[in-house]
Design a protein around this ligand. Structure first.
Ligand SMILES: C[S@@+](CC[C@H](N)C(=O)[O-])C[C@H]1O[C@@H](n2cnc3c(N)ncnc32)[C@H](O)[C@@H]1O
Length: 424
């Protein structure tokens, strides 16, 4: 198979586990390519922008003289399509800092050109759910829904669809909702699709167990037995478990987090001096038709006037202490009872959405991130030239990766549908 936008090849672990050979890959960033090479030394990897490398990718594949790829796996970046990305994008457009078009959403154009030249049996795209609502400027300067564009470009030879998938429904301890788009030109595949309308395997888990469906895997089940850590010097790392490490928090932030009860945000913390617990909580309000965080949430106790352990700072202009602006999902503890929320590249930033450990004073460790993304089920080395990569890079590649278990299930089903298991 051929992997486009391969990053460090984490999703590809699931493809390899199915017994497929990854013959060629393409990725923009040199450090991702280096990490990829460490883990897939047998794969030829083309490092650079797909717009520039398009012909190179086609030529390199053809020079292998193996015929058409069985599968092209393409996972373009999602920032332009994600809810977060979209919100940020709209704000930037409103402020006149960004053009109305995100060039990242047009990466599908060279991707489809490569697919049409190499004519794989199967194509698998992974992206955020909002991909299905994304409008792009096509090669002929029309504006079209990206999924319709894929369908139009691949028809009439290919048949398939985009499907919304929650990783938790496949036993991955994370409610990561994604769009899996699969198309095929295999006759068996097309027959299967006409009958079933989907290429995905049946889900195995559900929010509430019923029949053969098991309960979602909770955060407690996934990481509840790992050794205790704290975001303080000397307590932030476990010597016996590689990557079970968290960043050290600044003292003020650590104080806010220490005083945050289960399932709460530091924005609702109450007085630690007099114990008064009725100072108004943080909340949301509507402004310009959009949800905004409240700006008037008190930071001093309504009874004794003491500073509350809520996110606040000294304003450099007024020299006075003020609330740090933020939604009440920021500085919020995750819940033990449910799977983790979607892991992103900033899963170790306490100020980001629901990033605080359920009952310890820290964010998730890198190792916990690996578990929640199902990477720990596979052999993967976070090293370049045998030296460990930085913690920050490790979080970046975990956050931008596709859970390999999801890809393994999807690819196993493709192989089953195609009867390709017998051929292997
Ligand atoms: C979502 S990540 C890939 C995830 C990975 N395939 C997996 O399964 O875990 C998207 C990758 O696309 C890369 N990328 C972004 N723009 C690109 C471009 N113009 N050409 C090639 N790769 C690009 C990014 O650097 C990033 O590593």
């Amino acid at each position: 198979m051929l992997s486009l936008f391969s990053s460090a090849g984490i999703g590809e672990l699931g493809i390899k586990a199915c017994g497929m050979d990854i013959l060629l890959s393409n990725e923009l960033l040199k450090n991702r390519c280096d990490l990829y090479h460490e883990n897939f030394p047998e794969t030829e990897s083309i490092c650079g922008d797909i717009w520039d490398k398009e012909q190179d990718i086609i030529d390199k594949w053809k020079s292998k003289k193996v015929g058409a790829p069985f599968l092209v796996y393409a996972t373009p970046p999602c920032q332009g399509m994600s809810f977060n990305g979209l919100g940020k994008l709209l704000a930037e457009i409103r402020a006149g800092r960004r053009p109305k078009e995100d060039p990242r959403n047009r990466l599908i154009i060279p991707t489809l050109r490569i697919i049409k030249k190499l004519r794989p049996d199967w194509v698998l795209f992974e992206n955020v759910q909002t991909m299905q609502d994304t409008i792009i400027r096509t090669e002929s300067d029309d504006y079209q829904n990206i999924i319709d564009y894929i369908k139009d470009e691949l028809s009439p030879d290919y048949l398939g669809c985009a499907e919304v998938v929650n990783c938790a429904d496949y036993g991955i301890p994370q409610t990561r909702v994604r769009l899996i788009t699969i198309f095929t030109k295999s006759e068996k595949g097309k027959r299967y699709f006409k009958k079933h309308g989907s290429f995905l395997p049946p889900r195995t888990h559900s929010e509430i167990a019923s029949g053969t469906l098991k309960n979602w895997v909770s955060l407690k089940e996934a990481i509840g037995k790992l050794p205790y850590l704290s975001a303080e010097k000397g307590k932030n790392e476990c010597p016996n478990i590689k990557w079970h490490v968290v960043p050290i928090m600044k003292p003020d932030k650590f104080w806010w987090v220490c005083n945050t009860p289960a399932n709460e945000t530091a924005y609702n913390n109450q007085c630690v001096k007099c114990g008064y617990d009725k100072t108004p909580r943080h909340g949301m309000c509507m402004e310009d038709g959009r949800h905004q965080s409240r700006k008037d949430t008190p930071i001093f106790c309504a009874k004794c006037g003491a500073l509350l352990p809520r996110p606040s700072m000294i304003d450099s202009k007024t020299n006075e202490r003020r609330l740090i602006r933020g939604f009440d999902s920021a500085y919020r503890r995750m819940s033990w009872e449910v799977p983790s929320p979607t892991l992103t590249q900033n899963f170790q930033y306490e100020a980001s959405d629901k990033k605080i450990h359920p009952d310890q004073n820290r964010v998730l460790s890198v190792y916990e991130g690996m578990i929640l993304q199902s990477i720990n089920n596979y052999n993967y080395s976070f090293t370049i030239d045998k030296k460990p990569i930085s913690r920050v890079m490790c979080c970046e590649v975990i956050g931008e990766s596709v859970p390999p278990l999801l890809i393994e299930y999807a690819c196993k089903n493709i192989l089953k549908i195609d009867g390709a298991y017998e051929k292997m």
